[in-house]
Design a protein around this ligand. Structure first.
Ligand code: ZN
Length: 155
């Protein structure tokens, strides 16, 4: 297992714009595998490459449906609205309410650099939009309604 260190808020790499991936080479394959390992170990549902210190346009998600890799993703369309609790592996122990589209259509490349288009709803849509924001240096507190809340405070 390749567990990488997750960068936390305050680390300036999280505020930078990630660069497109031009080829699927061994380095990128290992990165994606390590990103899944790191996400599952941290019990997250999504992880973007900048969160492990790599400024490449790659994110992985697993919202309980199936693991998915998005390379050079583009948001094609959004629809509707949902407000819900959101957290981030780069902001441990906190959450806040964030309003995002209910539905998203995204085009990206898979592990073989083949293009695919996917439409997701609900939690999966939230997840995709959150991770896509990481590639542009955006963190959920930028969009949150109200302050960040400690996870334990409500339990
Ligand atoms: Zn995040």
């Amino acid at each position: 297992m390749g567990i990488r260190k997750i960068r936390t808020m305050g680390d300036e790499i999280l505020r930078k714009i990630a660069k497109p991936v031009t080829e699927m080479n061994l380095r990128n394959k290992v990165l994606v595998k390590d990103m899944f390992d790191t996400m599952y170990k941290a019990e997250g549902v999504g992880l973007a490459a900048p969160q492990v210190g790599i400024l490449k346009r790659i994110f992985v998600i697993d919202c309980g449906e199936h693991p998915l890799v998005f390379i050079n993703p583009e948001i094609l369309e959004t629809e509707g609205e949902q407000t819900g609790e959101e957290g981030c592996l780069s902001i441990p122990g906190k959450h806040a309410q964030v309003t995002r589209p209910m539905k998203v259509t995204v085009r990206a490349l898979d592990m073989n650099m083949n293009e695919f288009t996917l439409t997701a709803e609900g939690l999966e849509a939230r997840c995709i939009l959150h991770e896509n924001d990481h590639l542009n240096g955006v963190l959920y507190p930028d969009k949150a309604e109200g302050p960040l809340v400690d996870n334990e405070a409500e339990e």
